[in-house]
Design a protein around this ligand. Structure first.
Ligand SMILES: [Fe+2]
Length: 281
């Protein structure tokens, strides 16, 4: 099978066609997808009416499943979660802040797969910020302050009992099955500027939110630095705007891009199924 990879024309992202993801893929095709994924960081596969079995099989080709805390999996599936918002839901939008998935883990997932089941007629774009491009263009003074530094990551602002999706959020009408936990208070450090583990290309890893501090810096200095970094990381020129269609799969590289959700589809249901791809052993 020869796949066709069509770049988005934006800073990153490409569409992949010429294959059928409801069927098993041969090793050559998987290798071609992996190469395109490493090059373009965000791949979309339009027109793939996949089941959860298909989504799980696809995920396994790229490294198996990551560990997904704080969100209950869908019934009968250990590794699939529903990213969902009902038409009249009033809860704050899920994942509207820039982040890379589960960066507070020791070995965060290499990638994420998201399959579109119900897509509103407008809104709900996902934004991706290319962190290799952001690094390459980074002002020297900011880069010098971050080189060799490790950020402290934690899920506490999101998933601790007092966090954004914590106990107060449980009282509102959120359709997603979020399970806050004191475990969210744990911390983990990662280098802020680091080489991509597969390509060796330098980039910026993580963003404020899951990043709650910088080792060796006072809280005030770290906060100011993380805010300055965030403004740089998410400049328009580094952002790819992804538009969804029903039956589209997207896989992105959490080591290369930040992402965030957008709204603008009040009155419409939206449902996607998600898996994460484990970090390389
Ligand atoms: Fe996410």
């Amino acid at each position: 099978m020869t796949i066709t990879v069509t770049p988005s024309g934006q800073v990153c992202g490409a569409a992949v066609t010429g294959l059928d993801l409801t069927q098993a893929l041969d090793a050559t095709t998987v290798a071609a997808i992996r190469a395109a994924w490493l090059e373009h960081h965000v791949l979309s596969f339009p027109g793939q009416p996949m089941s959860d079995d298909d989504l799980e099989r696809f995920t396994e080709y790229f490294g198996g499943f990551g560990e997904d805390p704080f969100i209950a999996s869908v019934e009968g599936r250990e590794h699939v979660i529903a990213v969902q918002r009902n038409a009249n839901e009033q809860a704050p939008l899920f994942a509207e802040n820039w982040h890379t998935d589960w960066s507070f883990q020791k070995n965060p997932p290499a990638g994420t797969c998201l399959f579109a089941i119900t897509i509103p007629p407008q809104g709900g774009d996902t934004l991706y910020a290319d962190q290799h491009a952001a690094f390459k263009a980074m002002p020297a003074d900011l880069r010098e302050r971050l080189e060799g530094k490790r950020a402290i990551h934690s899920a506490k602002m999101a998933y601790a009992p007092e966090g954004m999706y914590g106990e107060a959020d449980q009282a509102i009408d959120r359709s997603m099955d979020i399970r806050p936990s004191p475990e969210a208070n744990l911390t983990q450090t990662h280098r802020i500027i680091r080489a991509h583990p597969e390509t060796g290309e330098l980039g910026i890893f993580g963003s404020i939110g899951y990043m709650i501090g910088i080792e060796g810096m006072s809280d005030d200095e770290a906060l100011a630095t993380l805010l300055e970094l965030s403004a740089w990381q998410t400049r328009d020129e580094f952002v790819y705007t992804h538009k969804w269609e029903k039956d589209m799969l997207v896989m992105w590289d959490n080591r290369s891009v930040l992402h965030r959700a957008t709204g603008g589809y009040e009155g419409y249901d939206r449902l996607l199924h998600r898996t994460t791809i484990a970090a390389a052993a």
